[in-house]
Design a protein around this ligand. Structure first.
Ligand SMILES: Cc1cc2nc3c(=O)[nH]c(=O)nc-3n(C[C@H](O)[C@H](O)[C@H](O)COP(=O)(O)O)c2cc1C
Length: 222
């Protein structure tokens, strides 16, 4: 699967089969998270893998009673460790460490898709309840919860905003007018321009030929 295929294939799944997830697949998912970019390469994150049924129940409860989560055989709780990013970048470090975790989460979800697993990003949770359920110390902040497992539902692709309304060229609100450029069909656009140029050259050559012929005819007659 190429990356764009995986991106388009991934869906938030909230119904899971009662089938365990192989450890090597979980490992692949964690590896994808570990290789995510992070500000200053500080990798200020910890990933808690939760497989125990009782703990999954606690996590689901902490996630504002999103009970569907219990069905997912694996939860990954991504915690940020803000201390070093704040030492390095001051206030900005607080923002960076959240962005780092988001990168790790997205990498994990895409690798899960590649592994044939379904997932869902869960951002709604009670931080204190999660801390208590999973013994998360003060230095770590639960930031994102992911569910992982085998899908027991197929969901339609939720609509996405059209390209021309989310994309600007050079400056904010400067809309891209050419339809091929909106679709990023550069090759189509180049082909179109080459075709137009060829047509122009052909027309010009015909004109030159006509003028030459007229001149030659005139000379012959004279
Ligand atoms: C920051 C964030 C928080 C989210 N929190 C939840 C959540 O608490 N519960 C849930 O069921 N889905 C949650 N989602 C999933 C979104 O609802 C889902 O991504 C969105 O509806 C688009 O669907 P798709 O993921 O299938 O493309 C969250 C997604 C993001 C990025």
């Amino acid at each position: 699967m190429n990356v764009l295929e995986a991106i388009k294939k991934r869906r938030s799944i909230r119904k899971y089969l009662d089938v365990g997830v192989e450890w090597d697949k979980i490992q692949h998912v964690l590896e994808a998270g570990r290789y995510a970019p992070s500000a200053g390469n500080l990798q200020a994150w910890k990933f808690i893998v939760v497989t125990e049924e009782g703990l999954r129940h606690e996590v689901a409860k902490a996630c504002l009673n999103q009970i569907w989560m219990e069905e997912a055989q694996v939860h990954i709780v991504i915690c940020s460790i803000p201390e070093r990013p704040i030492q390095h970048y001051g206030e900005a470090g607080k923002k960076y460490v959240l962005e780092d975790c988001a990168c790790a989460a997205m990498n994990m979800m895409l690798e899960a898709t590649e592994q044939g697993l379904a997932s869902c990003w869960v951002g709604a949770f009670d931080e204190l309840m999660l801390r208590i359920a999973l013994n998360i110390p003060d230095r770590a902040t639960p930031t994102i919860v992911l569910t992982l497992g085998y899908a027991d539902e197929q969901v339609p692709v939720p609509s996405r905003t059209v390209m021309e309304s989310v994309t600007f060229l050079q400056k904010y609100a400067n809309r891209i007018k050419n339809e091929n450029m909106i679709m990023w069909n550069w090759s189509l656009e180049m082909e179109k321009q080459a075709h137009e140029a060829k047509k122009g050259v052909k027309k010009h050559l015909e004109k030159v030929r006509k003028v030459m012929k007229e001149k030659l005819d005139k000379k012959m007659k004279g």
